[in-house]
Design a protein around this ligand. Sequence first.
Ligand code: GLC
Length: 736
Amino acid sequence: MEKRDLEQLLKEMSLKEKVDQMLQLSGAFYLGDENNVLTGPARDMGLEKEDLEMAGSILGAAGAKTLMRLQDDYMKKQPHHIPMLFMMDVIHGMKTIFPMPLAQGATFDPDLSKECAHAAAREASAMGLHVTFSPMVDLVRDARWGRVMESTGEDPYLNSCFAKAMVEGFQGEDLKEEGRVASCIKHFAGYGAAQAGRDYNTVELSEHTFREFYLPAYRAGIDAGAAMVMTSFNTVNGIPASTNQWLMRDILRREMGFDGVLISDFSAILETVAHRSSADESEAAVKALEAGVDIDMMTSVYAANLCRLVEEGKVEESLIDEAVTRILELKNKLGLFENPYKDADPEKEKKLILCKEYRDLARKAAAESFVLLKNDGILPLDLQKKIAFVGPYTENQEIKSSWSFTGDEKDCVTIKSAAREVFDAKRTSYHNGCPVIGKDVELIGFTGTEKKEISEQELQMMEEEAVLLAKEADFVVMPLGEHYLQSGEASSRAMLDLPEVQMELFRKVTAVNPNVVVVLFSGRPLDLREISAKARAVLTVWFPGTEGGHAIVDVLTGKTNPSGKLPMSFPYCVGQVPVHYNEYSTGRPNLPGMKEKFRSKYLDIPNAPLYPFGYGLSYTSFVISPVALDQDQMTKEGSITARVTVKNTGNCAGTEVVQLYVRDDFSSVVRPVKELKGFERVTLMPGEEKEAVFVIKEEMLRFFREDGSYGSEEGTFTVMIGNSSAVSEGAVFTLA
Ligand code: GLC
């Protein structure tokens, strides 16, 4: 539809019809019995039959046949034949579930994530969807926050690379293109800084920190063309994001140039009343509209108040026209006026879902996301040995993460089923050993309490059987981990331990057999001190998705050499949190070897995390040469080329993630002790060596100064290139 046609359409719409375009309801309202809905949840929300019939979009429904029927019903009643938008949380896969986003961050391979996002978009669009509420581009530093699993980590540059890649993977060049969905990046902004890691909690950030660390990845997603942005639940500078004009009008739309659709998070506009910054729904409606929020997700704050507020002269109809124009433009960019079904196609849906191509991609992405934290040589496993798999993830299909409800556990490959394809049945045993969680852990999942009650006697019997198998084996592989519902939304944890029932099993097994390999499932960094001390190897596999079992066996057997690197620091213990590599020096840095009292340190634990950002081992070994700079002076118009040689000094092929860090040695505002400014995956055969080359330009050295300006400053910079953020040796150049 041409722009002028959209303008004409807007003119023909009544105020109520316009306001209903700004209403988003759950798909459940359209899939159940209409009368039950109207006399039930809809009435409770203050919605009329007309609201349901005119709502501009729905969330959480999928299926080609379902959405085609929904669109048909909607269009019959829509006086202007405006199609409905179908949105959903396709976070890391639709039916083929890829590794959770924090795991994808561990690949340091944005191109691979772009492929995964495209595959997800193809499955989702065939199932009738138009928009995904993904990627989440919130920077995270606090492992207590359950949603770290949905981020790509603690670094602004790495997050920016993944934000760009995922948006491009979902959207492609043209939203009308087959197999593409609009990307809604979230949660704008600063949601990952919730105080004490408690979800939905207050966010208190200086503007400097906000701009330096938390905003870059949103900007990257918007620069990549994200069609939508979602508001966050938290306050920013004391004002809830959904009614925050500084955040939404000044930063998002004016500074970042975002002119797409801004949707609230689930009931976030209404929740400004609970924040006590809106006295009632009417005030919430006015403030959110004035902040430029176009769609009210799943409440009637807009639908039940805006018409009256316009008639009372309390809000300008032009603001509604602005919002509805953006919504109509999005529908137009998706080609929905010409084809309201877009890609919905039951036959294509059947063909694409969980196809071999996507399963293979999921398997590759999962294996590449695993991080080998410890290995004394027991891995890769010797298949001639007698091996016992003992642990609750041995035969557990709940390996998708809590943010993948569009996929089905039944499609997931367990470790046991994958191992049976490779390991000799005569020499291999399997036992879950204990449940994932014990009685001390209460979980409420989407399907109700997740705890499956087992008696003390049953538990004791499980353990005894498992420990016996462990005792009789040469090696024991222990698939352990958090329950998948212990991370994700509304799943903050004050302790970062594995469930106690599993630690008891771990202690009993290591007491009878020291040759233990731990395969760790988790949605977040955990406190791994005891496991790291007692296990001979530790492989973190996050929540690997549909092909998790195959990927894990591929790595355990050496078919795939692990190359993952931590996108988020694993703390020494929860008391160290938040901990991140790009910290400031402080006036009393506790440098290695210092024994003085009056330094910035703890009395009872080290400052360093147990495993730092960018860390991960391989089955081979690599040597990275000292950094060589092509010059030691750089002008603002020039550049510096930094080179290292990477050599595979081990006996198998492998991939090293070579990381470029830069430190601004002295500056008007304190700068991080180092910042990731580049990375490259270098794959080498045994004995082979290659050069890794990084070009450093002035714009990489810019930062927000005290006066709010953004730029670089003359002086010396130290360039460090290594295989993790622990790198310290570097070469110096001067920006003149
Ligand atoms: C949730 C989440 C958000 C999600 C939305 C729709 O509360 O915060 O990430 O996209 O609601 O499900």
